[in-house]
Design a protein around this ligand. Structure first.
Ligand SMILES: [Zn+2]
Length: 79
């Protein structure tokens, strides 16, 4: 059974809305270094980085990874 273009459109919309709310773990890992750098530079957290923050609060797996990234970046910035 083939999907009508209307059904496909609705499906795509659904997927896009889901992505706006929640970040997957690989996506979170992708943006994580940017997020850590923003924190270290006291940059504003917005857009996708705000979703990274939300994901880190909900996902202990990524949170552990993030702690390592933050420590590594922090150590690199030490003179
Ligand atoms: Zn995660």
């Amino acid at each position: 059974m083939a999907l009508t273009s209307e059904q496909v459109g609705r499906l795509l919309k659904m997927i896009q809305q889901t992505q706006e709310v929640e970040l997957s773990c690989p996506e979170c890992l992708n943006e994580m270094d940017k997020y850590a750098q923003s924190i270290l530079d006291s940059m504003p957290i917005d857009g996708v980085l705000d979703r990274v923050r939300e994901h880190l609060e909900a996902c202990s797996c990524c949170n552990g990874q993030f702690t390592l990234v933050l420590e590594t970046l922090d150590a690199m910035e030490e003179p």
